[in-house]
Write a protein of this length. Structure first.
Length: 455
């Protein structure tokens, strides 16, 4: 029987713990009860199971990291009634079942396992908003996944999906972000339009501009000018897809307000793409902060560099992002799949769309555009709430939104109401969105601000 720590000790007890294997072994043999503990990290400890009475030791745990262990099935955590997020990335799981998971779960990370099957009982995970399944062995998705009525984001990159995704998934009312690159059902374009000789590119490994799951960005030189050079991690198993898919998408996208490659180059043996060259953007900042444990699928708020934006500024961001997404879907049939304000960079006051790591080419499937339209609506929702204190019409949910004064009546309110609604078939296309925005006086300034860039 575990013993409750006395009140004085409980006040000093941590709310977060990160334990090594030896520390974990000592911890589980103790009789203490940690009622204040909210987050527990047990990554990389070679674990194959958890104590049967874990819920007695950590009754109020909300976040549990079990990545890079040796679990062959999802551990029994259904009695952790407050658990909101669990990560089992990089284990040896072969199936996804809801049997051992609590109903409270909103965020489930199963990236880089050996999952071949999603059990039909997945429909019981009704509160899951974010489901990460990239880098597994799935060949199909059961229609029962439509039971996840709260699902907003799903990552399915680099599986073995050879059957069309079920309509029950694609028409979920809140689904805003989806990625399927690296699967047989996704189209990998055949193009070498931007390939350049590797010897034309140089970079300094001591001048790192950025680090990410898919690669490292260095300061370099190309065609006698300073550039940014991204070198891919080809063994990366993050939530996005593979480097080869990002490279192909980068060669399809050609919009002056998109931060994309000017050139891509092969490895020395010519068997894979080693990296790509992009414009060097000095003093650029992202508008938003990446989602937190609290916001789950929504950006956490404005970045420090963007605490104040005027209504004109907000309209300029909306116009620029919409313009890029219109070209992606109307002409390239590409889904960006990561439309967030943390991926919108401002360079000299001009908002630009970046990060195509989760993007994919989809052909003629209209569901993917309708899904991304909702993501765009979420971005607009955040802009109005964060910077203007205005609540836009939303008939889906107010999860992650800041309440504010209602948006005034007019074309913009009607447009946003048609975007932020559960029926995909009634959402406008990006072409229709841009046509409507062009008729709204608020966006005249936004359109004129980039006329010299977009010809």
């Amino acid at each position: 029987m575990r013993n409750q720590i006395d009140a004085d000790e409980q006040d000093e007890a941590p709310t977060e713990l990160k334990l090594t294997k030896s520390a974990w072994n000592s911890w589980v043999t103790s009789s203490n009860v940690y009622t204040r503990l909210k987050k527990l990290e047990l990554n990389g400890n070679g674990l194959t199971n958890l104590p049967s009475d874990l819920e007695r030791a950590v009754p109020n745990i909300e976040i549990l990291f079990l990545s890079e262990n040796k679990f062959r099935e999802i551990p029994k955590v259904s009695k952790l009634k407050s658990l909101r997020m669990i990560s089992l990335r990089g284990n040896q799981l072969k199936a996804l079942s809801s049997e051992h998971l609590p109903a409270s779960l909103v965020w489930l990370i199963l990236t880089n396992n050996r999952i071949e099957l999603i059990n039909r009982d997945v429909s019981e995970l009704v509160n899951v908003r974010k489901l990460m399944l990239s880098h597994n062995r799935l060949k199909s998705i059961p229609e029962e996944i439509g039971g996840l009525t709260g699902l907003e984001l799903i990552r399915l990159s680099n599986n073995e999906l050879n059957e069309s995704l079920p309509r029950e998934l694609l028409t979920l009312p809140k689904l805003s972000w989806i990625s399927i690159s690296g699967n047989p059902i996704a189209i990998r374009p055949v193009t070498n339009k931007k390939e350049i000789p590797k010897e034309m590119v140089s970079y300094n490994k001591s001048q790192i501009l950025g680090l990410g799951a898919s690669g490292t960005v260095y300061k370099g030189r190309f065609e006698s000018k300073d550039v940014a050079v991204k070198i891919f991690k080809h063994d990366s198993k993050g939530s996005d897809g593979l480097a080869v898919d990002e490279v192909k998408i980068q060669q399809l996208v050609d919009h002056p307000l998109a931060v994309v490659a000017n050139g891509v180059f092969l490895s020395d043996d010519g068997t894979s793409h080693e990296g790509m060259v992009m414009d060097l953007l000095n003093n650029t900042e992202a508008i938003g902060l990446t989602p937190s444990f609290d916001t789950v699928t929504r950006d956490a708020g404005p970045s420090d560099a963007f605490k104040d934006l005027s209504r004109d500024d907000v309209c300029k961001v909306i116009w620029n992002v919409g313009s890029v997404l219109d070209q992606l879907h109307s002409f390239a049939k590409v889904s960006h799949s990561d439309v967030y304000l943390h991926n919108i960079l401002c360079d000299k006051g001009i908002a630009m769309v970046s990060d195509f790591g989760a993007s994919f080419c989809y052909g003629d499937a209209s569901h993917f555009e309708a899904i991304e339209v909702l993501a765009f609506g979420r971005l607009v929702e955040d802009l109005f709430a964060w910077f203007l204190g205005i609540s836009v019409p939303n008939s889906i949910s107010n999860v992650g939104c800041i309440s504010g004064s209602p948006l005034e009546e007019g074309q913009l309110k009607d447009l946003l109401g048609s975007i932020l609604q559960p029926d995909q078939g009634k959402r406008p296309t990006f072409s229709e969105i841009m046509e409507t925005l062009s008729r709204i006086p608020d966006f005249d300034c936004a359109r004129k601000a980039v006329e010299h860039i977009i010809q």
